[in-house]
Design a protein around this ligand. Structure first.
Ligand code: SAM
Length: 207
C-alpha cells in the first residue's frame, strides 16, 4: 500500500513537471516569435473593401516616360493613387530624389511596395499608405500619377480639379479624363500616356 502511494506520487509529480516544462518551451517560442517580428515596416490591416481597379503594373519604360512627361524634379511631391508595388514613387526617388507617397487599398501591395523601397534604398523618400484613394488627402502633391480605369479617373476628376494647386501635373497611363483635354499625349511601346496641368480656374463643365 505504502509502495503504491509512493509510486502514485512520483508519477503525478513527473507529469506536473513535464507540463510545466512544455509550458515554458511554448512561452519561449512565443517570445522568440514576438522578438523577431520586424518593427521597421509599418503594419498593414485587413482590406476595408474590394479595390476599384485590379493590379496590373506599369512596364518600367512607361514609368520612366510618365516621369519625364511630367518633368518630375527633386522639389516635387509625387502621389501615385493606386500605387501597386510602388514602382512609380520608387523610380522617381531613385532617379530624381523626389519625395513620393503611394496610396493603395490592398495590404499585400503596401507590403510589397515597402519591401521594394527597402531594396531600392529609398525609404527616406517614399511612404506607402494603405488607404482608399477616394478618401485620401493629396492636396500637397505637385505631381499625381494614375493607372486606374476610365470611370475611376472620371470619379476622381472633380477632386483633382478642386484640391490640387494650379500648375500640378497629372499623368495617366492608358486612360483619359473624358472632355478634359490633355496637354500632351505620348505613345510608349504601344501604351498611351496623358498629361494634364491643373488650371488656375477650371471651366465649370469639368468640375
Ligand atoms: C492598375 S494598378 C496600378 C499600379 C501602379 N500605379 C502602376 O502603375 O504600376 C491599380 C492599383 O490600384 C489599387 N486600387 C484599386 N482601387 C483602389 C482604391 N479605391 N484606393 C486605393 N488603391 C486602389 C489596386 O490595388 C492596384 O494596386
Amino acid at each position: 500500500m505504502k509502495l503504491q502511494k509512493t509510486l502514485l506520487l512520483l508519477v503525478t509529480g513527473l507529469s506536473v513537471a513535464s507540463l510545466g516544462l512544455a509550458g515554458c518551451a511554448t512561452q519561449e517560442r512565443d517570445f522568440e516569435a514576438t522578438a523577431q517580428t520586424p518593427t521597421a515596416t509599418p503594419a498593414t490591416q485587413a482590406q476595408e473593401r474590394p479595390g476599384d481597379v485590379p493590379y496590373v503594373p506599369t512596364p518600367q519604360p512607361v514609368v520612366d516616360a510618365m516621369l519625364n512627361l511630367a518633368k518630375v524634379r527633386k522639389e516635387d511631391v509625387l502621389y501615385d493613387l493606386g500605387s501597386g508595388d510602388g514602382r512609380i514613387p520608387i523610380t522617381a526617388a531613385q532617379k530624381f530624389g523626389t519625395r513620393g507617397i503611394g496610396i493603395d487599398i490592398n495590404p499585400e501591395r503596401i507590403q510589397e511596395a515597402n519591401a521594394n523601397a527597402q531594396k531600392a534604398g529609398v525609404t527616406n523618400l517614399v511612404q506607402f499608405r494603405q488607404q482608399d484613394l477616394f478618401k485620401t488627402d493629396f492636396k500637397e502633391a505637385t505631381v499625381v500619377t494614375l493607372y486606374l480605369l476610365p470611370e475611376v479617373n472620371m470619379r476622381l476628376r472633380p477632386t483633382l480639379l478642386r484640391d490640387l494647386k494650379p500648375g500640378t501635373r497629372i499623368v495617366s497611363h492608358a486612360f483619359d479624363m473624358g472632355d478634359w483635354k490633355p496637354q500632351q499625349v505620348q505613345n510608349v511601346d504601344g501604351k498611351t500616356i496623358y498629361l494634364w496641368v491643373v488650371p488656375e480656374n477650371p471651366p465649370a463643365n469639368l468640375k
